[in-house]
Design a protein around this ligand. Structure first.
Ligand SMILES: NC(=O)c1ccc[n+]([C@@H]2O[C@H](COP(=O)([O-])OP(=O)(O)OC[C@H]3O[C@@H](n4cnc5c(N)ncnc54)[C@H](OP(=O)(O)O)[C@@H]3O)[C@@H](O)[C@H]2O)c1
Length: 349
């Protein structure tokens, strides 16, 4: 085995930071050399993430780009949006490769960032070189990239379902509706009124209908696939569970189709993909089956009449929706086997 690369997790006290740790501990080609937290600096990582006790011996330090650049070859930025663009340039200049888990480098157009994130992008020039890291659709670009924008959790699930049908010309224009449900860890570890236990338990409802920040991201990547604008109607929901996203993407077909014909589109697209499982006919995705993994389970169903269909995708928002996909992208960027550190089934029940 070659020498291990040194990895930094910037924003390591949060949920995606913890998940990066959990997955990287078993990665054969990396060592986590540095982890940052502003609030926990100077304290052992295992105090903040007790599940890592006995596996991680380092302490958090503050997120100083110079210190990160000195101690690491590769950085995961697991920071809130608006923070990553302050660090990325310095790290890239120092020769590190970077996967950013925030939204800072996902939208190609800085005006869209301003509109949806209500802030001016602090380093728009970096957007040109950033690759949107939905690995299954951008593998070649990811392999050459030094900065990868890891996709959002809802967009990962929605696009893994939708893109094969856009690519193959099955979808009637203007017909896409994304209905998706997420577990509460999608909101991050910092408590808020909306993620407070009494607000979320035994409760199920939509939020940010028509205004969720993942809407332009889904539309951007759908348009990139089709070569023209794809209007996206997106309704996110919060469900009382910690992990998991289930996306149901409805669309009208251009021509009459049946289950077998549309399922074969998924099989052709994903038959050789290590992390996307096209379920057998009659089986439907469930978040339980992908919990804690980098897997995505997909299935498609045509409604009576043969003109309306729904493609469904289940992922773990912290896995394929964040840390898992970030590591998959690192593997591709570094020339490691793509499945390194990620090749295991979930924990059920
Ligand atoms: N949760 C998900 O399912 C998910 C999925 C996909 C993408 N993402 C994205 O990934 C990023 C991280 O998400 P998360 O859920 O892990 O969030 P989180 O649980 O809230 O953690 C955020 C991390 O960033 C650090 N941080 C906060 N403000 C900072 C600042 N000004 N300077 C330096 N560090 C700062 C925090 O450290 P301290 O507070 O300890 O100082 C913490 O380690 C976000 O951009 C999120 O949108 C999340």
């Amino acid at each position: 085995m070659g020498k291990k690369i040194r990895v930094a997790i910037v924003g390591a006290s949060g949920y995606t930071g913890g998940e990066l740790f959990r997955l990287l501990i078993r990665h054969p080609s990396v060592r986590v050399a540095l982890a940052t937290s502003e609030r926990e600096a100077g304290k052992p990582v295992a105090d903040s993430h007790p599940f890592l006790r006995g596996f991680v011996a380092i302490e958090f330090i503050k997120a100083d780009p110079a210190a990160v650049a000195r101690s690491a070859d590769f950085a995961f930025l697991a920071l809130p949006h608006g923070e990553s663009f302050k660090m990325a340039r310095l790290l890239l200049k120092a020769g590190l490769k970077v996967v950013d888990l925030s939204a800072d480098f996902r939208l190609r157009d800085p005006r869209a960032y301003r509109r949806w994130y209500d802030a001016t992008h602090g380093d728009p020039d970096l957007l040109h070189g950033a690759v949107y890291g939905l690995t299954e659709f951008r593998r070649k670009e990811v392999a050459r990239a030094r900065l990868v924008a890891n996709p959002g959790c809802y967009p990962t699930a929605a696009l893994l379902g939708l893109l094969p049908f856009l690519e193959s010309g099955v979808v009637a224009p203007g017909s896409v509706i994304v209905d998706a449900k997420s577990g509460v860890s999608g909101a991050g570890r910092t408590p808020s009124a909306a993620s407070h236990y009494p607000e979320t338990t035994e409760a199920f409802g939509p939020y940010k209908v028509g205004s969720h920040r993942h809407t332009p991201e889904i539309a951007q990547e759908a348009a990139a696939s089709l070569g023209r604008r794809v209007p996206v109607r997106f309704v996110p929901h919060l469900v009382p569970m910690s992990r998991g996203i289930l996306a149901a993407v409805y669309f009208r077909t251009r021509r009459t189709a049946d289950d077998e014909a549309l399922r074969s589109v998924l099989v052709r697209r994903y038959g050789h993909e290590p992390f996307v499982r096209v379920l057998p006919p009659g089986r439907f995705p469930n978040t339980r089956d992908v919990r804690g993994t980098n897997l995505a389970d997909v299935q498609v169903k045509v409604f009576e009449g043969g003109r309306d269909a729904v493609v469904m995708a289940a992922i773990d928002n912290l896995g394929k929706g964040a840390a898992g996909q970030a590591i998959q992208n690192m593997n591709v960027m570094m020339g490691f086997p793509e499945t390194a550190g990620l090749d295991f089934p979930g924990a059920v029940p």
